[in-house]
Write a protein that binds this ligand. Sequence first.
Ligand SMILES: NC(=O)c1ccc[n+]([C@@H]2O[C@H](COP(=O)([O-])OP(=O)(O)OC[C@H]3O[C@@H](n4cnc5c(N)ncnc54)[C@H](OP(=O)(O)O)[C@@H]3O)[C@@H](O)[C@H]2O)c1
Length: 210
Amino acid sequence: MEVGFIGAGNVTRTIGHHLINAGHTIVVSNSRGPETLGEFVAELGPGARAGTKQQSAECDMVILATHWVNVPEALSGIDWQGRILVDATNAHMDSKPDLSLAGVNRSRAALKERTSSEIVAEMAIGARLVKSISNMPMSWIQDFSPNKPRTVLFTSGDETEAKQRVIELINSTGLVAIDLGSLRMGGAMHEIGAPLSGIEFHFVQRLHRR
Ligand SMILES: NC(=O)c1ccc[n+]([C@@H]2O[C@H](COP(=O)([O-])OP(=O)(O)OC[C@H]3O[C@@H](n4cnc5c(N)ncnc54)[C@H](OP(=O)(O)O)[C@@H]3O)[C@@H](O)[C@H]2O)c1
């Protein structure tokens, strides 16, 4: 599958690496243009290429990986109708995210009882929005070997087929996607500050009953 990224930082580098190892290709974009991304894609290898935001959006699915304050600009100028958009953002209200409890609580209060992905969905009109990737600090998934831990990335969304495709994509990398339901219900469980955000969680073993 070809996966686009809007944003070219920690999330894109990490998830891009997992995807490329699984045989996918990626198109990476930022706000400054493909010519600024040569080194970034060279580090990721031949499975990665730099593109415009539009080229990223035209991939089989696109992952939004910018800071919250940049989301409106990052989503602008694209016709999102029918596109699968994975929201990997966390809704920190400050340009330099304040990860303290007070900072997280302040950011959550600013959402006014909506989930952050519902707000993203309103900005990307027509997109088939799936929230995922955002619950996990990237520093916890830096093992790219075939024997890496089966780390859980929570997933939520209102569009069943789009969510299933994202789940399959994540599972193809050796990470594990767990579906927590709709954007409203799931997001409230795994977005920043919610009970299932920032928990290191691996699939280790499962009890089988016959
Ligand atoms: N880091 C983590 O461990 C982690 C984990 C889960 C979720 N998240 C969330 O994922 C998001 C990205 O985090 P990150 O750590 O990857 O951030 P980062 O390393 O700072 O990267 C952000 C990227 O966004 C780009 N950007 C800014 N404005 C843009 C625009 N208008 N259009 C396109 N690209 C734009 C920046 O490039 P230019 O300025 O050059 O355009 C930069 O490449 C955040 O919402 C964060 O909360 C982070």
